[in-house]
Design a protein around this ligand. Structure first.
Ligand code: FES
Ligand SMILES: [Fe+2]
Length: 444
């Protein structure tokens, strides 16, 4: 039996929504979300950075359990399934291209047009009767602000990309820098929730950026019901998301533990803490993108995504942006990202998880990843989607789950190809190391 006070805390987190919630059936308002461990079908996802594909270059990725092969041809990026229709070899295992618009399978020479997936030649049987009769699944692709997006689903034509991207991604004057792309061993939902988890900033009190920029970071924040939260929930093609207005939050600057007082980072005078938290809006948008305006400094907007690779891992991709008026400013911004920001967001602490002194600290974002990987086991294996005991700051997380459950266009499932299900790749990759972005610590 759950203690009644704990139950009330949980209900606090969900009772302020339009949908009535049955006290006994806590799962009810977002069961779809709980079922979507492999991601949401019929949405756009970032797949990689444009700079990773030179003209003629190819690359295999696995997203939502689907093997996808990308090629840049004539400037544009195209994507088809990474599985030859002849006998199933992966193109990415040994890339071969004889012409700008084609890819050739290294095993028997089936050659497909990468723009639409059609079989156009067979090297080992020129003029084969199979030509024009079989084709690869072809994926819609759009490249914007240095990010290559791919649509994973069946809708033809696909819905507009803008409905699946954080709204400020299109702000005029922003310049973008691809910061990093890593595989993280946690379900995508754990990480999406962590990205704007109100209470988890406690864990960042010693992160390198906080220390370096001397940011007076509260121990915790939470929004009084609704006031500090904006829900983007209109019907139609506009982006769906939940934005937390940190400037309107209740800020926690200290807490007593027996005879000890725990104080927030970079606070000189506890009797006069900042009246408000920094004016930072943190928004989580469907299908899996975070927008932080501003971060880490005013004038900069930070974008990141948690794209499912499979049920237990996702791709963590970050692009940093800044308002730049001149080419000189833009050049300086790229240099700043390469030399300063990149190393600060992804920094190893030499095995230490907490450093109250002046010692080496975690980077901001690999520390988030550390936390996400720590939660993965209990959510995957011990049903903590049900066992978790939420508290008031978790309101925004519950609000996010309900929003996703309401607006998702589908749930990605594994199953047989002939039933139109493309998410068949489980535990296999061309080189035996997993379809994955760069794993090693480092930045772009
Ligand atoms: S498996 Fe690709 S050509 Fe045979
Ligand atoms: Fe974080």
């Amino acid at each position: 039996m759950v203690d009644q006070d704990v139950r009330e805390q949980q209900l606090w987190a969900i009772d302020d929504t339009e949908e009535a919630v049955d006290e006994v059936e806590r799962r009810k308002p977002y069961q779809n979300y709980l079922d979507a461990e492999l991601g949401l079908r019929n949405h756009w996802y970032p797949a990689l950075f444009g700079q990773e594909l030179r003209e003629g270059g190819t690359r295999g990725e696995m997203l939502l359990g689907e093997r996808i092969y990308f090629k840049r041809a004539g400037g544009a990026v195209y994507a088809v399934e990474d599985r030859c229709r002849h006998r199933g070899a992966a193109f990415s295992a040994k890339p071969e291209c004889y012409s700008q618009n084609t890819i050739t399978c290294w095993l028997h020479g089936f050659t497909f047009d990468v723009r639409d997936g059609k079989l156009v030649q067979v090297i080992t049987e020129p003029g084969s009767g199979a030509i024009g009769k079989i084709n690869l699944k072809s994926y819609p692709v759009e490249e914007r602000n240095g990010v290559v997006f791919v649509f994973i689903g069946d809708m033809d034509p696909p819905p507009p990309l803008a409905g699946d991207v954080q709204p400020k991604f299109w702000n005029p004057g922003l310049k973008f820098h691809p910061l990093m792309r890593h595989r993280i061993n946690a379900n995508w939902r754990i990480s999406a929730e962590n990205g704007y988890d109100a209470g988890h900033i406690y864990a960042h009190r010693n992160s390198a950026i906080v220390t370096e920029l001397n940011i007076p970071l509260p121990l915790g924040t939470f929004s009084p019901k609704k006031e500090g939260v904006v829900v983007y929930d209109e019907e139609g093609p506009s982006p769906k998301g939940v934005v937390k207005l940190q400037g309107k939050d209740v800020q926690v600057w200290s807490a007593d533990v027996e005879d000890q007082t725990v104080v927030a980072a970079n606070i000189d005078d506890l009797d006069n803490p900042p009246e408000e938290g920094a004016d930072i809006d943190v928004g989580l948008f469907m299908p899996c993108g975070l927008e932080v305006d501003w971060f880490p400094m005013p004038g900069m907007i930070h974008f990141e995504w948690y794209v499912p690779i499979d049920e237990t891992s996702h791709m963590y991709i970050i692009t940093q942006s800044k308002y730049c008026e001149t080419e000189e400013e833009e050049r300086a911004f790229h240099e700043e990202c390469e030399n300063w920001l990149g190393p600060l967001v992804w920094k190893q602490p030499n095995g230490q998880t907490d450093y109250p002194g002046d010692g080496p600290t975690w980077g901001f974002n690999n520390f988030d990843s550390f936390g996400r990987e720590q939660l993965e086991h209990v959510y995957a294996k011990e049903d903590w989607w049900q066992e978790e005991r939420l508290y008031r700051p978790d309101y925004i997380i519950v609000r996010w789950r309900m929003l996703v459950a309401k607006h998702m266009r589908g749930i990605q499932k594994r199953g047989a190809l002939k039933r139109g299900n493309w998410a068949n790749t489980d535990g296999w990759s061309p080189d035996g190391k997993g379809y994955s972005p760069r794993r090693a610590p480092g930045h772009w």
